[in-house]
Design a protein around this ligand. Structure first.
Ligand SMILES: C[S@@+](CC[C@H](N)C(=O)[O-])C[C@H]1O[C@@H](n2cnc3c(N)ncnc32)[C@H](O)[C@@H]1O
Length: 206
């Protein structure tokens, strides 16, 4: 979803928000200095594991009822998707227990890091995804904050909301404001589409 190449994963990467995904654990295995932040990491590992397990069930029921909203090839259908999400959550839970220092509680638009702390910042399924609840001001403040703590830039995915609706005005507004800040911003195609229409990311370069 982020069109990542070897060079992108050679340094340090901040996953913001990391949620219960396995990105940080997987990236660490290949040598990337990955760190995840999410306000949900205030919740203890055991409590979060319970919550994630319930969420997996809910998510599966929702995906089953709304299967037409997704392209299933990547996961090999609904059962494959369920297996993949469970494996990802298990990898996350094990890694968080073994390496709690990789999972820091923090909430956008304020990150507890100095300027240029990470080579790259990745952000998936928060901004745009919840465009119905998070206003344009929050989006801009959040991307500026992620850009501040990055050395090379930020990648944001997807550019559609939970219902698969694009938000071109919001994206244009972000591009305009970030460009005025002196950042280079572009919409890039990615070689991944699970949610129908989610074929692009926003790349912000410092
Ligand atoms: C749908 S999950 C996405 C997690 C992960 N990126 C993924 O794709 O699996 C959204 C996450 O955003 C987190 N979140 C909510 N408000 C936030 C904020 N203000 N700053 C950072 N993360 C936030 C939630 O706790 C939740 O884990």
């Amino acid at each position: 979803m982020f069109a990542l190449g070897d060079e992108d994963l050679a340094g340090s990467v901040l996953d913001c928000p990391g949620g219960a995904s396995s990105f940080t654990a997987s990236a660490r295995r290949r040598g990337t200095r990955a760190v995840a932040v999410d306000p949900v990491y205030l919740t203890s590992a055991d409590q979060l594991a319970e919550r994630v397990s319930a969420e997996l069930e809910r998510g599966h029921a929702w995906a089953t009822a709304n299967a037409e909203r997704y392209l299933w090839d990547f996961f090999g259908g609904l059962p494959g998707h369920q297996r993949s999400r469970a494996a990802s959550a298990a990898l996350f839970a094990g890694d968080r227990k073994a390496n709690p220092g990789r999972y820091l509680p923090a909430a956008l638009p304020h990150l507890p890091f100095a300027e240029r702390s990470f080579d790259l910042v990745l952000s998936s399924h928060l901004l745009l995804t919840y465009a119905d609840r998070l206003d344009a001001g929050f989006h801009l403040a959040a991307v500026r904050e992620m850009a501040r703590v990055s050395r090379t830039g930020v990648r944001l995915y997807p550019l559609v909301d939970q219902a698969g609706r694009p938000h071109p005005e919001l994206v244009e507004r972000l591009i305009g404001s970030l460009t005025a800040d002196g950042l280079r911003v572009r919409v890039r195609d990615v070689d991944y589409e699970f949610q129908r229409g989610a074929r692009t990311m926003l790349e912000v370069l410092r």
